[in-house]
Design a protein around this ligand. Sequence first.
Ligand SMILES: Nc1ncnc2c1ncn2[C@@H]1O[C@H](COP(=O)(O)OP(=O)(O)OP(=O)(O)O)[C@@H](O)[C@H]1O
Length: 260
Amino acid sequence: MLSPATPKIALSGVTKRFGPKKVLNGIDLQVGKGESLVVIGGSGTGKSVMLKCILGLLQPDSGSIRVDGQETTALRPREREKMLHKFGMLFQGAALFDSLTVWENVAFGLMQGEHMPRAQAKEIAIAKLGAVGLTPDVGELSPSELSGGMQKRVGLARAIADEPEIIFFDEPTTGLDPIMADVINELIVQCVKDLGATAVTITHDMASARKIADRIAMIYQGQIIWTGHASDIDQSGNPYVDQFVHGRAEGPIKMQIRAL
Ligand SMILES: Nc1ncnc2c1ncn2[C@@H]1O[C@H](COP(=O)(O)OP(=O)(O)OP(=O)(O)O)[C@@H](O)[C@H]1O
């Protein structure tokens, strides 16, 4: 039995290097059930590598990753596939298949992963498109006919289609104008709440982080250097967090800029 205090996701001492480059340098992080955690940090600090380690797309070199208390770093393929059923994902750039219609994209996991009959999967896909504010006729279009904001909505509908327990959002507002970004933020908050899901979002967008997060974690040089409630981010007392939040060039974070 799981105790209510068991974190949904728990990383402890996770390291990952690529050749000589140490990307994750002992990540300790917990996400509670039903919590929305936003991970912020500069480009190349290891945010995506961390998500890939949780999903098992990359194997960490050391450390522990538990989902619902279960260690996942040494799962066999069958067990990993089962574990992955808990996850939904909204990729950067939505990552839709242009060869499929919009509704087929949304229903893809239901038909492929869960072998649901097409008609039933279509019904669910149309309902999920409705949940993100898209009408059934949009379902018949090709993703290439949609604007970037609509594509993100479709990606969100796909991420929630099989009602996952955990959803990862990888830079959900990148490339959107501020108003559309806010619409997507609101939809994320609503969908996560309706599902009662646990959410982990990585973003550079502080407006998005403030809107989506219960809690924010900042990653720097492969470690989590600060975590706190979203409302405390302006009083973190941490100079690295302050510099990032205010987007200042001056401060303890040194960008590695090489002359071309
Ligand atoms: N498969 C890989 N092989 C080698 N190096 C990799 C691999 N994946 C990531 N890296 C390196 O790890 C570092 C961290 O990458 P990561 O994609 O996690 O950054 P990020 O924090 O998500 O950045 P961004 O915000 O720009 O997306 C980068 O220097 C990247 O080049």
